[in-house]
Design a protein around this ligand. Structure first.
Ligand code: SF4
Ligand code: SF4
Length: 301
């Protein structure tokens, strides 16, 4: 099923130190509301079955997002909103907004939580939002962003004590987090395949990767094009047929790194997105991989 991260606006009311938003990108861009509606209809026609409203903080444009959720429901698209929960200060505030979204057909709320988010948003807001979801029968989960350091233990314990559904997610060392000290990790020698859902910006640029991939500034490897010059169908077809994107999905970035000559001992010191950046944000490595795509295709067990 085709899925997409829909960046209606890059505006956020807080400024987390770990945010993948790059400092050099203006943080107040917003999509025209009617354009967004037209794109959603076009997406449904192109077989997009799931949209995640993410990027900045979607609740800053609550009425507009609620309307877009309703439209998605009408055209048969599954919807998720990713939020920092600033709006859930009280159980009542939270209840009002969550029940409206549920009525409009929202399928899932993803609540962001971390020691960086919680410098600006009280953790009880996350609790209120989760409780409202439970009360309204709205699927939710908490995305617990962590660098796996001991500092995060009390944050994890809070979620456990409250019996909330959460999934740890590693910090992506891009954007503001690019300046963080790299963890000294030794991972398993795992494939690191990546689903790669595209990301649409408020300026209608579409990228093949919704996370760190829109910030590969040396190569622009993941940029697919702009929806003013291309149809949704064309850009999705591009992401589905590009051989290197396909290899990221099927072979995984670890196997590609090994193909380029990286030592196994070095590969296991990188997290998935860092390894991806090391190869695909390097003009030399990318040129080589493009030239050797058939050899890479044959690089299998
Ligand atoms: S991580 Fe999320 S909540 Fe924090 S600044 Fe970035 S968009 Fe806003
Ligand atoms: S591994 Fe690459 S394609 Fe996958 S999320 Fe990270 S940057 Fe994007």
């Amino acid at each position: 099923m085709r899925k997409l991260a829909f960046g209606y606006s890059t505006r956020c009311n807080i400024k987390c130190e770990h945010c993948v938003a790059a400092e050099d990108i203006p943080d107040c861009r917003k999509m025209d509301h009617n354009t967004a509606k037209e794109i959603i209809v076009e997406m449904a026609q192109a077989g997009v079955g799931g949209i995640s409203f993410s990027a900045g903080e979607p609740f800053l444009y609550f009425n507009e997002i609620a309307e877009l959720v309703k439209l998605c429901k009408q055209v048969g698209i599954y919807t998720r909103i990713v939020t920092n929960c600033y709006w859930a200060k009280t159980a009542k505030d939270s209840e009002n907004l969550v029940s409206e979204l549920k009525e409009n057909g929202l399928c899932q709320l993803r609540l962001s939580y971390s020691r960086w988010h919680q410098k600006n948003v009280n953790r009880n807001n996350v609790l209120n939002a989760a409780h409202s979801c439970q009360k309204n029968g709205l699927d939710y989960f908490i995305s617990f962003i962590t660098d796996f350091s001991i500092e995060d233990d009390p944050y994890e314990q809070f979620l456990r004590d409250e019996g909330l559904k959460f999934f740890p997610e590693p910090v992506i060392y891009a954007g503001r987090a690019a300046s963080f000290k790299r963890r000294n990790i030794l991972t398993d020698y795992q494939e690191n395949c990546c689903e790669m859902n595209p990301y649409l910006t408020p300026d209608l640029d579409m990228y093949a990767c919704c996370d760190a991939g829109s910030h590969f500034s040396e190569t622009n490897f993941f940029r697919l094009g702009n929806l003013t010059d291309n149809s949704v169908e064309q850009l999705f077809t591009q992401t589905e047929t590009d051989p290197l994107y396909r290899f990221i999905r099927t072979k995984g970035v670890t196997n590609i790194a090994s193909f380029t000559g990286m030592k196994a001992r070095e590969i296991i010191t990188y997290s998935k997105c860092e390894l991806c950046r090391k190869m695909f944000n390097s003009p030399e490595t990318l040129t080589r991989l493009r030239a050797e795509v058939s050899q890479l295709a044959a690089w299998s067990r």
